[in-house]
Design a protein around this ligand. Structure first.
Ligand code: ADP
Ligand code: MG
Length: 414
């Protein structure tokens, strides 16, 4: 692709009117027709006009930049991103407060308090034996951003490189089962790249909705992945958020995965404190919890999941009904290889709630839901398993990171 032709999957393309800081022509029509896009529904012309000349200090974020992804991609579910912590405060009234309430089950940032608790000893609910047999793997991840930098959509090539350099120093201090190797996208060998692809670890950008907020600017500079020697502890650097911390392993020892994640987060936080010489290294506040580029990840920034083998249930109930069942229990269902992927014999069950709840409680929701699904699977006799209804339809699926519909999490090469 030549430099004259921007690539919508990587480059920041700003809507013509928003680029002039004007209310986008055609947006009234989109709103009148009705759209699922939360941000487009939340923003009004009146509020846009009232807030359009305000710029945040750290990222220079504006209301125009915040809604650009929703305007460019009107079929998206969420449609807005933040450039820094201040974005959530300054543009709370015209946009983010309503978006957050809509996505996070009515959570009110003007009165709510978010409390974190990563103590694994508080996980007292266990997977029962029958459920355990069905669990293929467990993965829990959190999103974190470093307080001294703007969020990546509002960042530069330099801030991305500084973050990667900083994290490299932190990685050098990790010990025991947390120690490992940092691979940068710019310098990894073809063999290393292939191995990371084979392990389903590597992310590669290429997401239109994220690109429209500037997530992928200066790709692949500053991007990287850290993999512990035992491959059970991983970090993504500058994929979207500054860091994604991931703990995963085969089987259903959820407490062990959570415990490793908890120790990992603490070790990263300690390392950053040492390097930066400040106490508060992560971007957060008492109302929004951890600050993330995408409002869907605010709070804990955590998604704890198990891959559970329930082939009869998938056949008899179908994906949609399983997802509805899970949602009533604070959980959600996903396809076997990530968001929007196909469902074959296993299903990804995780917490969908992130804000206003403690991490240990959210993980327990997921365990309880897995136990119930396992019981339902065992109650189905072969002849009762009906017609298959395996693939989640894009319009049935609630977007999380607002990734492009129907692509299995496009940052992963599968
Ligand atoms: P997230 O955005 O929360 O990291 P995605 O649904 O985008 O999650 O999936 C990211 C990757 O993690 C995918 O490759 C998916 O298959 C993998 N994954 C998620 N949960 C599990 C699990 N419990 N076991 C193994 N792999 C998992
Ligand atoms: Mg995802």
């Amino acid at each position: 692709m030549s430099e004259q032709q921007p690539d919508p999957y990587f480059d920041l393309i700003v809507d013509e009117d928003l680029a002039k800081n004007e209310w986008p022509r055609g947006l009234d029509e989109v709103k009148a027709k009705g759209t699922q896009c939360i941000a487009i529904n939340a923003i009004t012309k009146e509020n846009f006009e009232a807030f359009k000349d305000i710029k945040t200090e750290k990222a220079g974020w504006t209301i125009a930049r915040a809604i650009n992804t929703g305007v460019i991609n009107p079929t998206s579910f969420l449609g807005c991103h933040a450039g820094d912590l201040e974005s959530y405060e300054v543009f709370g009234k015209p946009l983010f407060n309503e978006v957050i309430a809509k996505y996070h089950g009515g959570y009110d940032v003007t009165t709510g308090t978010h409390v974190t608790d990563m103590d694994s000893s508080k996980i007292t609910v266990v997977l029962n034996e029958e459920a355990k047999k069905k669990i293929i793997s467990t993965r829990i991840r959190v999103a974190r951003n470093i307080a001294t930098f703007p969020l990546n959509p509002g960042g530069t090539k330099e801030t991305r490189l500084e973050i990667a350099d900083l994290m490299e120093k932190v990685f050098a201090g990790l010990e025991g089962d947390l120690a490992g190797t940092f691979y940068r996208h710019t310098t990894m060998t073809p063999e290393q790249q292939q191995q990371l692809i084979d392990d389903h670890f590597l992310f590669r950008g290429k997401d239109k909705m994220q690109a429209a907020s500037g997530y992928h600017e200066h790709w692949p500079h500053g991007r990287g992945i850290f993999v512990a020697h035992n491959k059970e502890f991983l970090l993504w650097i500058n994929e979207g958020d500054h860091i994604r911390i991931i703990s995963m392993e085969k089987g259903g020892d959820v407490k062990r995965v959570f415990d490793r994640l908890s120790r990992g987060i603490a070790a990263i936080e300690e390392g950053l404190k040492k390097e930066l010489g400040v106490e508060e290294v992560f971007m957060r506040n008492s109302t929004h919890g951890c600050i993330t580029c995408c409002p869907t990840n605010l709070g804990t920034g955590m998604r704890g999941s198990v891959h559970i083998l329930v082939p009869k249930l998938i056949k008899s109930m179908g994906f949609k009904a399983i997802d509805d069942f899970a949602r009533e229990r604070g959980c959600q269902a996903r396809g076997s290889t990530g968001e929007h992927s196909e469902v074959i014999d296993r299903i990804d069950i995780s917490n969908w709630r992130r804000l206003g709840f403690k991490e240990c409680d959210l993980v327990q929701d997921m365990i309880k839901c897995a136990n119930e699904l396992s019981k339902m699977e065992d109650e189905i006799t072969e002849d009762k398993a009906g017609e298959a209804n395996p693939a989640p339809k894009s319009e049935d699926v609630k977007e999380e990171d607002d990734v492009e519909t129907k692509t299995a999490r496009s940052c992963i090469l599968i």
